[in-house]
Design a protein around this ligand. Sequence first.
Ligand code: ZN
Length: 421
Amino acid sequence: MHLIESTRAVTRWITRIIPVFLVAAVSYATYAVVGRVCSSYLIGKRGEVGTAIVILILYFILLLLMVGTYFRTILTVLIDPGVVPYGPGAVERKKAARDRRRRRRQEPDLESLPYYAGPDMNPDSPGLEEFYTKDVFVCENDGRPKWCSECSTWKADRVHHSSEIDRCVYRMDHYCPWVGGMIGENSFKFFVQFTTYTACYCGLVLGATASSLRKEISEGSPLDPHFIPTIVLAAFFGLFTFLMSVTSLRYIFYNMTNVDMIGYQSKVYQLAVRVPRGTMPTDRFTIVTYPLPRGDEDANGWSNGAARTRANESGSSPVQIRPSARDELATRTFAILRTEPGENPWDIGIWGNWKSVMGTNIIDWILPFRRSPCANHEGHESFYPLGPVLRDILVRYNLDELAMKEDLGLEMREIARGNRA
Ligand SMILES: [Zn+2]
């Protein structure tokens, strides 16, 4: 089994030491709450059996939920954090790098594989079809999807490359040393459950211990030496995980990630939005038609806009071949449109955003069994459901009107209808 860990040795060591430290902290807290607070002080000294039982029940429920979500998060980030498979170029390059390391000697530069950082310009590039069979995807100026030169793959919407694990991650959030891996689409729900339960757990430990300490002080009886260190530990972890939970819950409600948040007020997304065949580019947007033209097809007029410019750059001689009517029917035309700064096309409303990450029922929300529905990528229209922003964009580019026309608008109306639903 291949584990997905940090590429940095120091980080890998830190992530192995942290669980030992956490087990020690939780063991100590258990001793303090069960042995000192409940058994020794509340039952032994004050005879408050009922209070002690309530604290113990709550304590072990929260402990179980915290430990369960912790292990679920660790397993997910190590085994299946939601990464994009390497493209053929990256597989070759990484294998060569491994072989070089194995041989433990310096290779002359001439022998290393040529490294081409730009996207695969082959019109039939593997994986490209997955984009243009959708109705909307994030694209570059030439209408192609974004490209990861490290992984040699096309990047789906909201995929980001993590240099920490050297992989492209779906809906990447952040690298978390506490759970030893990358928090992304598959693990975010479990991570939020873990931080929330840990905050509640720390709150209980803090409350039970601090109130016992307060009673001891008011009684004038000797202070238990374990109470102060327990309060300090619980306050530290409690505050940390509480802030983490609040931030993460906010991201869930707004359908954002830590990566999306970076400069979000000025962030502009460029989307390829499917339009009726024959839509012409305007001075406000360009058009790209898929499948992209091969070298011998670029002058026949069934592709235009940015993609055709690129094909011309390849320098092939234009040959006048009219594609068959059947081929023409299989083409899909996209307008390249931009959001306004700060718009989030994936915001489908607070309730929709919540369900897309946390699941559809209360069992999903509280227990770490099923992963987020958004990780299933069930939609045919786009990699993630799109919200009202898409409709705003269409209206802004006057494409909404186009959608209503009888003869042209079938595909557009489908997009608009799906968006409204
Ligand atoms: Zn990558």
